[in-house]
Design a protein around this ligand. Structure first.
Ligand code: PLP
Length: 392
């Protein structure tokens, strides 16, 4: 067997580990008594259009067609609908042949990295970062370079990014709105990011691709997230409907390689090749057809916004240090002891389940996923108070 794969399989992600612990606790003390903030599983239903679209397809379409293979890169009509929505929403020209349908953002990322990287290439990630990036980058034969963002609001540190880019840098992965901090990028920062990448691409005489990992694109509460291909031409978008349409288990997303990307047609061909090499025959067909009718829809994210404000206000009142997140459904809480692991372990005694920030490449924090029922937040406040008392 492959020892590397065995080791990977034997070390499940910390998030999954806490999720399993929570199942055990819920079975013993009752679901309502566990304040489980561990998993980024959407807590609001998919919009009605998703269900009606699926029902209509099942009732009216030929079953052999509906459940059959689509083209490897996805059904042409579905890709056209997505491309049209991009053109309409962001005023960036997109065509069906710039879109490759995937099984969610995880597949979008593994395919994009495999398409772009050669052995030994470097890929920059911004800490704190989604833990699976490490696995995906290694799988592409590349090497991860970590650049820290600046606490307390975890904004991009442009000097640090500029310094970290070397002639071996193939790509930079960004994820705004961010998991785990909830940080968002504004238009000025998007322009500044483009400036740095253009300068470095010129310095090293090759394009440094920007991979925009966007499962939370629609979950931006104060203002819409900037669409990065508008700012930096060598951007590849890795999108997912997991969170925007509350469909994480259905595994559906896409890669957008704009036509104006340098070597764009070759990159798209490499995306098709990478997908093929990893056995992605096509994204689930029923889901492709279903989302074709929902490309302008999102789940009703008002409930997340309410949770965000409620939790942020309560935790700040208690005395915790936390920066108000602008997007996604995560809140990054500073450990009162300075140690994220110790904090999360201690919180468990109060039945509060959070993910220590070590999993995201930095120490000293805990991530709370606030995509939970409002009652969970309300009931958890006394427990957070009691937890803080232990540090006083
Ligand atoms: N990227 C980030 C930042 C995420 O938070 C997630 C999932 O939580 C993914 C990628 C993977 O998303 P998907 O479920 O669409 O594969």
């Amino acid at each position: 067997m492959n020892e590397k794969m065995k080791a990977l399989g034997n070390s499940p992600s910390k998030i999954r580990e806490i999720f399993e612990y929570s199942r055990g606790r819920k079975a013993i003390i009752g679901e309502e008594n566990v304040f489980d903030f561990s998993l980024g599983n959407p807590s609001i239903p998919a919009p009605e259009t998703v269900n009606s679209s699926i029902k209509k397809l099942i009732e009216s379409e030929n079953s052999v067609f509906l459940h059959g293979y689509t083209s490897a890169q996805g059904d042409m009509g579905v890709r056209q609908a997505i491309a049209d929505s991009i053109t309409k929403r962001f005023s960036v020209t997109a065509g069906a042949n710039d879109i490759y349908m995937t099984c969610g953002a995880a597949a979008s990322l593994t395919i994009t990295l495999k398409a772009i990287c050669n052995p030994g290439d470097e890929v920059i990630v911004l800490a704190p970062f989604f833990p699976e990036y490490s696995v995906f980058i290694e799988n592409a034969g590349a090497v991860k370079t970590v650049v820290s963002t600046s606490a307390p609001d975890f904004k991009l540190d442009f000097d640090a990014l500029s310094e970290a880019i070397s002639k071996k840098t193939a790509a930079v992965i960004v994820n705004f709105p961010n998991n785990p901090t909830g940080a968002v990028l504004d238009n000025t920062e998007a322009a500044k990011l483009a400036e740095v990448l253009n300068k470095k691409s010129a310095e090293f005489s090759h394009p440094i691709y920007l991979i925009s990992d966007e499962p939370y694109r629609e979950l931006s509460y104060e203002s819409p997230a900037p669409f990065l291909p508008k700012y930096y031409k060598n951007t590849i978008v890795d999108y997912s409907f997991s969170k925007s349409l509350s469909l994480p288990g259905e595994r559906i997303g896409y890669i957008f390689v704009p036509d104006f990307v340098e070597c764009g047609r070759d990159i798209y061909a490499a995306v098709c090749g990478a997908g093929r090499s990893m056995g992605y025959v096509c994204a689930p067909s029923l889901m492709q057809y279903a989302i074709k009718n929902c490309v302008f829809d999102t789940s009703d994210i008002a409930a997340y916004n309410t949770n965000r404000t409620m939790l942020y206000n309560a935790l700040t009142d208690i005395g915790y240090t936390v920066t108000k997140p602008g997007g996604a459904f995560y809140l990054f809480l500073k450990s009162p002891s300075g140690d994220g692991n110790e904090f999360c372990e201690r919180a468990k005694k109060h039945e509060i389940l959070m993910v220590p920030s070590d999993s995201f490449g930095i120490n000293g924090y805990a991530r709370l996923a606030y995509c939970v029922k409002r009652e969970t937040i309300e009931k958890s406040i006394p427990a957070f108070k009691a937890l803080m008392e232990e540090y006083r």
